[in-house]
Design a protein around this ligand. Structure first.
Ligand code: AGP
Length: 610
């Protein structure tokens, strides 16, 4: 996944492009580059391997490049290793056409061979250079910038958010997208293009979400949109409610810590999105009571933390609504040939752009199944293609490791389960009200937990040399463990395993050695003793054990190193509280180990490739 930006206006373009790219570094950061149409009518291209700062220093913060029209790119390599040569922008041999791209051209090899047969040479290993030269090929053939892009779109397979500049059109940026995100902003005659909102929020809140296969033409004074037949089409201008500060760190050292602390507000906002006049109102989601009343089953698909949220949703929905629920990894579901029975397929995705989740959505639709997206990014591909959409209200989540969006997904899942149970009459209206009242109290309970973050920080400093950390639990506690383990792995780089507590003895307990740290999540009253027994089994093999448990619940005295208490809540919602100490534990360990918390190695915020 990469980040692209574009600008045409009255300002010098290079500093605007660098500023936008700095807000997109979470999307990719192994190399970067900018191209600016200079006052002499030529195209200046500067690229650099490494973080964006390397590029910025090379052009003195943009001062060395003159011109008011440009495009830029920050890369997370998919084709060709990170290098200056493979960095974008890419250009044709005459340097009269230049482009940046986020996505994957799946038939690039075939197209490259075709272009080589027509005399083209290649300087890089990237699919983007092929894309750029294909545009060049069609521009030479039709002598029309729109038609060149249209022909490109008709010829390639794959995903792209492509921005192109032609030397022959010095005050114009052209762009097209398919399955990769792109937004276009306008403000006082200036036009901005970016992969994501934070890159342009500083300049405008007025944006267009570009539809798949729409061509955009950004000029001084405004933007025009065209279909592949080059007919002009209208696009709706949307006002972004986020503010630039929301996309900044807000005084916290890292986005992740800021986003962890935003969780009380996020839970409130996501709850209030559908909780109106004392009941759950899904009219904005589009899900009618009729669908909920008669749906025969639910399949939840997602990747990573989204999948983990789906695991919690499965337990809660089956228990409350008595509807069969399956949870599947999107990357598996998309290739399975499942037996369907009119299920509602729920796709959970923070970014709404995860390739496997988008493919799973399409697979479900091909089978004639109704689809609900639980996504955080307005206008994202998954949101646009699903039949129904539940927007989580987490706001921009910048840190690669998700926290607030995961919490919002949990709340969305609780609300769906309660609504289903209420419509199907599997819970009383009194219990429904009790559950909703309890959901209302979650934010203050999360806030109370955050007040004690120093206890987690201390424990992290005492355990920072651990080589292996295990998390075990039963029921929703097991689902919480899997998420806690992923958080730890992805930002601290410490090896971790999460296990259903009853499963540990079926092999993996052989990994427990003297000093291995084992967390037990113990929030399900009926299951606490069983899980404590499993923890004692690990202690007998030398493990140090810590517990995350509901305050006031007496735990067997088995010699836990540490017990982290969480406030009491309904058994269905405990994951929302148990997640907090595990998020903080991962965060503080990552900081203690000197890692780049918000941009962990090898990871991208949204995996828009397979
Ligand atoms: C979570 O911390 C990870 N960054 C990752 O597992 C993520 O949840 C996964 O890639 C799914 O992303 P999505 O929610 O944007 O689809």
């Amino acid at each position: 996944m990469c980040g692209i930006v574009g600008y045409i206006g009255k300002k010098q373009a290079a500093p605007v492009l660098l500023d936008g790219l700095s807000k997109l570094e979470y999307r990719g950061y192994d190399s970067a580059g900018v191209a600016v149409l200079n006052p002499a009518g030529g195209i200046d291209i500067v690229k650099a391997k490494g973080r964006l700062k390397v590029l910025s220093d090379a052009i003195d913060g943009g001062k060395k490049l003159k011109g008011t029209c440009g495009i830029g790119h920050t890369r997370w390599a998919t084709h060709g290793e990170p290098s200056e040569n493979n960095a974008h922008p890419h250009c044709n041999d005459e340097k009269t056409i230049v482009a940046v791209h986020n996505g994957i051209i799946e038939n690039y090899a075939e197209l490259k061979a075709k272009l080589i047969r027509r005399g083209y040479g290649f300087y890089s290993q990237t699919d983007t250079e092929v894309a750029t030269k294909l545009v060049d090929y069609y521009y030479k053939k039709y002598n029309d910038p729109l038609q060149a892009i249209s022909q490109f779109a008709l010829r390639v397979r794959g995903s792209y958010a492509l921005a192109v500049m032609y030397k022959d059109f010095p005050e114009t940026v052209f762009a097209i997208r398919k399955d990769s995100p792109m937004i276009i902003g306008v403000e006082k005659g200036e036009s901005f293009l970016a992969s994501d909102v934070p890159a342009i929020l500083k300049y405008t809140k007025n944006v267009y979400y570009v539809d798949n296969l729409q061509i955009a033409k950004l000029e001084i004074g405004g933007v025009k949109f065209y279909n592949l037949d080059r007919d002009e089409v209208k696009n709706e201008l949307v006002e972004i409610t986020w503010d630039a500060e929301a996309a900044e760190k807000g005084g916290y050292e890292h986005f992740m810590l800021k986003e962890i602390h935003e969780q009380p507000r996020v839970i409130t906002d996501t709850f209030n999105y559908v909780y109106k006049n004392g009941e759950i109102d899904f009219s904005e989601v589009g899900l009618s009571d009729g669908i909920l009343k008669y749906v025969k089953g639910i399949v939840i698909v997602g990747c990573g933390s989204a999948y983990h949220a789906g695991m919690v949703m499965q337990y809660v929905t089956e228990d409350l609504a008595r509807v069969p629920v399956r949870v599947e990894l999107a990357s598996e579901y998309r290739y399975r040939n499942p037996v369907t029975n009119g299920e509602l397929v729920i796709v959970i995705s923070q970014s709404g752009e995860t390739a496997d989740s988008l493919a799973a959505l399409r697979s479900a639709k091909e089978k004639g199944l109704k689809t609900l997206a639980i996504v955080n990014v307005l206008g994202s591909s998954i949101a646009r293609e699903a039949d129904f959409v539940f927007y989580t209200k987490a706001g921009p989540e910048i840190s690669v490791a998700t926290t607030k969006a995961y919490s919002a997904q949990l709340v969305a899942g609780y609300l769906l389960a309660i609504k289903l149970a209420s419509v199907r009459g599997t819970i009383t209206q009194d219990y429904c009200k009790t559950l909703l009242d309890e959901l209302c109290s979650l934010p203050e309970k999360v806030a109370a937990l955050l007040e004690n973050k120093h206890l987690i920080q201390k424990f992290a400093s005492e355990t920072m040399d651990k080589k292996d950390v295990f998390f075990v639990g039963r029921g929703t506690d097991y689902a919480a463990c899997i998420e806690g383990s992923l958080k730890l792995k992805e930002i601290s780089y410490i090896h971790s395993e999460a296990y259903a507590a009853g499963e540990l003895k079926h092999g993996t307990i052989s990994l427990i050695e003297n000093g291995t740290l084992v967390f037990g999540v113990l929030t399900q009253p009926d299951l606490i003793e069983k899980t404590v027994s499993n923890l004692v089994e690990t202690q007998s093999r030398g493990a140090l054990t810590a517990a995350i448990a509901t305050e006031g619940v007496k735990l067997p005295d088995v010699g836990f190193e540490k017990v982290f208490s969480i406030p009491h809540t309904d058994v269905h919602f405990t994951t929302s509280l148990a997640a907090i100490p595990m998020q903080l534990f991962a965060y503080y360990l990552s900081v203690l180990r000197g890692n780049d918390v918000d941009k962990p190695r090898n990871l991208a915020k949204s995996v828009t490739v397979e």
